[in-house]
Structures are given as structure tokens and as C-alpha cells.
Design a protein around this ligand. Sequence first.
Ligand SMILES: *Cc1c(COP(=O)(O)O)cnc(C)c1O
Length: 335
Amino acid sequence: MDFRSDTVTKPTDAMRAAMARAEVGDDVYGDDPTVNDLEQWAAQQHGFEAALFTTSGTQANLLGLMAHCERGDEYLCGQQAHNYKFEAGGAAVLGSIQPQPIENNPDGTLDFAKLKAAIKPDDCHFARTKLLSLENTINGKVLPLAYLAEAREFVDQHGLSLHLDGARVYNAAVALDVDIKEIAQYFDSMTICLSKGLSAPIGSLLLGNKAFIAKARRLRKMVGGGMRQAGILAAAGKLALTEQVTQLKTDHQNAKKLAIGLSELAGFSVNPNFVETNIVFAKLDESVQIGQIAQQLKTDGITISPGNPIRFVTHKDVTSADIDLLLTKLAQYLK
Ligand SMILES: *Cc1c(COP(=O)(O)O)cnc(C)c1O
């Protein structure tokens, strides 16, 4: 069992079967019926005009940022934002787009007064502020719908566009028990990772209006993301969105259970009430030799990412019984 991330999920049997029989064509020519179906269906399902199937969430974010911003433009984002911190600086390197990070609040939100102060006046000294990019979930935390509504008002007031890095936006929708459109409605563009808790082997989506997606499609070709018989992947991607969403609820219950169990271990501090989705963070006392424990767990076939705070992620390939075993082993090795 592997608690490092929900990216480790294997495709389901239904996905493998659908991949085997997927009708395919050359998607760069627009000929792949399975990709076309996924893009059209996903656009409608999330309340956007158009969608683009991409190789990864990183690529979907990059294309989104580059479709919104030209060279010398700027996007506002969180200091902890994946598309600032964990994407190798792609927007800056490949798009010549300047990130303007703002410290995230503990709940993952960004303060509107700080955002406002970071917007540059129209002056040749400054980059042109074009976009606000949010992330939901962020470190497992769900942004409240009321906050998203405020963010929409904020960008409208300041003439900016609004992008959502929604790698785990379905975890947010499941946690809030709302239709995905309740979240998507506030954004000009949104990404979704099909290959995390939703268990597709490969692929993400970028959603937006027709002109935006047409621009992103050109950029996707430019960065080498034009794929040929990609319907094999899109077939699994559609099942991610139609059959795997309910699994996330179980993942969230398992995360809560794990958090409660960890909170009872010596040297672990975690507040189970802060666990909203499938990610659990615990702070460790200095006395906890987590590197050594990780090696011992490895011999039991259990993989964790040692760190402090330490992060555990639940997903369809770890069961409630697996969590019991992890907790038992942790208690044993802590002694
Ligand atoms: C994983 C992740 C991405 C990137 O997705 P990849 O498919 O791994 O490139 C982007 N944003 C967030 C918030 C993520 O968690």
C-alpha cells in the first residue's frame, strides 16, 4: 500500500476494458472520436464552451496560464500554489509570465486586500496583472463557495480573469456535496486531473471558452502535447469522471479515520477536524525517527513519504483495513 499520493492509483478493470476497445483516430487532425467525445462531454458537464485533453495537470495549468497571459503579463496566485511552486516555473520559463505570489491563509484562501495591493497600475515600470489563479482543493482544504463568489466579484472589479487549478476539484465537490458546476461557475478556466484519485492512468482537462481553448490547443502542440491515438487514454478519462467520483467519498472517510488514528500516536500531532478531503498532515515531535520508520514500513510493503509535517494521501488502492495495518505498524515502530 502506498500513502505518498493519489497519483499512484492504478486504472480500474473497467478502464482497461474501455481502453482496449476505444475507437481511435489521429487527435492532432481532430479525428479521434473518443477524445472528441470526452472534450465535448466534459465541456457541457462542467458548464464551459470547450475542453482540451492534456498529458498532465502541469501541462493543463501551463496552457491555461499561457492562453490567459502574454509575455510580460502577470498572474496572482498563492505562495503554496502548485502552478507557482511545483511546476518547475513553467509559466515564467515557457510563457514569460511573471508570477505574483501572495501568502496563503491557513485555510488556503488568499486575502483580497493583499491581492488588491499586488495588482500593478498601468505604468511602463510594471508587468500587466491579468489573472488570479486559485487552487481547490489546496493541500486537502476546500475553498468555501462563498469565497469563490467573492473572488469572482474581485476579478470583475479589477478587470482580471479567474483560473482554477482544479487538480482535485472533485474532492472539493464531494466534500461540499455539490454538483461540480457549483464550483466551476465562478471561473473563466479550470483544470481537472483525471489521474489522481479519479484513477485514470494519464491525463487532465483544461476547460474554458472556445477562443481560449483554441489558443490552448495551439500551445499544446507547441509544447509537444499533441497526441495521436489518444482515445485510448480519453476512454479511461471519461470513466474517471463517470464512475470514480463516488470513490472519493470513501477516500475522505478513510483520511478522517487515519487522522484520528494518528492523533492517538505518541509524537504525532494532527487535528482530525482539519481533515476535509483525502490528505492528512501530521506534525512530528523531534523524537520521531520518521526516516527509519519509513524504511521499516517498506519491509511490510507500506510506502510513505517521510517528512515533517508528514503527508498521507488516501485513495482507492488503500482500504480501511490497510489504514488499520498502517496504524498498528506505526505504533509498533514508535516503541
Ligand atoms: C498534481 C497537481 C497538479 C499537476 O498534475 P500532474 O498531472 O501531476 O502534472 C497541479 N495542481 C495540483 C493542485 C496538483 O495537485
